[in-house]
Design a protein around this ligand. Sequence first.
Ligand code: FAD
Length: 399
Amino acid sequence: MRLFQATTYFLPMCGPDMVDFKLDEVQEMLRELAHQFAEDEVRPHAEKWDHDSLYPIETIKAAHEMGLLNLHIPEAYGGAGLGTFEEVIVNEELAWGDPGFSTAAYATGLACAPIITGATDFQKEKYLSMVAEKGALASYAVTEPGAGSDVASISTTAKKENDEYVLNGSKMWITGAGYADWFFVLAKTDPDAGYRGMSGFIVESDWEGLSLGKKETNMGQRCSDTRSITFDNVRVPEENLVGGSESGGWMNAMNAFDMSRPNIAAHATGLSRAAYEHALNYSHERQSFGKPLHKHQAIQFMLADMKTKVEASRLLTWKSAIEFDNGITNTESAAHAKRFAADSCMEVTTDAVQVFGGYGYSEEYPVARLMRAAKVMQIYEGSSQVQRMIIGREITKNL
Ligand SMILES: Cc1cc2nc3c(=O)[nH]c(=O)nc-3n(C[C@H](O)[C@H](O)[C@H](O)COP(=O)(O)OP(=O)(O)OC[C@H]3O[C@@H](n4cnc5c(N)ncnc54)[C@H](O)[C@@H]3O)c2cc1C
């Protein structure tokens, strides 16, 4: 049974004229647990992980052991059976600890999303249980060297041969690929049918013909592992065709974003909050013209705008998560949350560097690392331009 229902939290506790944003006991406990974990186990290592490009495998395992990861896996498959709302609360804290860690740790959650929304019972039993009970890791493999935003243009193919599919092609920028036990892979089963000819597959990482590229050297979040994958005649049993049907692979892969984008927005919110807090503290310590920086109105207004962006990012994130948990189509609200939180995150971290002045430009202080980490928030899981395309499509579709 689920410990939490968003409706019981938001509706009966509140009168008709107000919305109470107070977390219930379970949510508050989760938030505190995640915050403590981020403070004790994540933040102290963040600089070294980033500097040395170290994948935080032990800390991901520890977060799994504490029950902080993949909260959305149903109880029937060994998961916590919690909602996206609980996940976003936890993910804000983990990203506050280190956004590279939260990206690395959430890769499995993204891969599980299309399995939760569209897989057969056999697939859920086998692959979700592997994650929930054994701490297996997984990656979501959709982007290709020649197709990112334009998913319909992917060229990886899956050709049916008796009771198997033979996969050929390559994927690019796959988070966690070097550590994944299995991949959710989108491929074309009918290359002439555009997005309607796409199917999802679960491919285990040690299957013959699958090879990985080198770890990419990225601008930020360098502890996260990002690689290409090549499929050279990889034979996938028919039972690993997600949902058991060739049609609907594209729709399922895209629907998974309704579940995952609130979480990416939560990462961006946690990252913004961390940068804002560093800037606020520094503005109190640093003096210029005989007074602390925050006594200068130009700096105080900058801090005020940063805080507004953190608060607004969280509210959009929560709304999209709660809608998802209540079965309300949240495609538009998830796009608002992801777009706003990501763009705000870039602005807030850039302003944090500004508040630190010359020290902000140095890697000696955390804000430079946070600014580098922020950029990818506007790129992955659908860029800020793609989110605007989604919002534009949603708001004009009934005109
Ligand atoms: C660190 C990192 C981790 C990633 N992890 C994963 C992962 O785990 N799994 C996965 O499948 N993918 C992953 N990605 C890929 C990511 O989702 C893509 O990079 C992203 O979707 C953009 O695709 P692209 O890089 O091909 O850019 P393009 O699609 O070539 O776009 C280039 C630029 O043009 C803009 N643009 C494109 N089309 C339009 C348009 N019609 N109108 C306006 N602007 C447009 C884009 O917003 C972007 O700014 C990751 C990427 C990075 C950098």
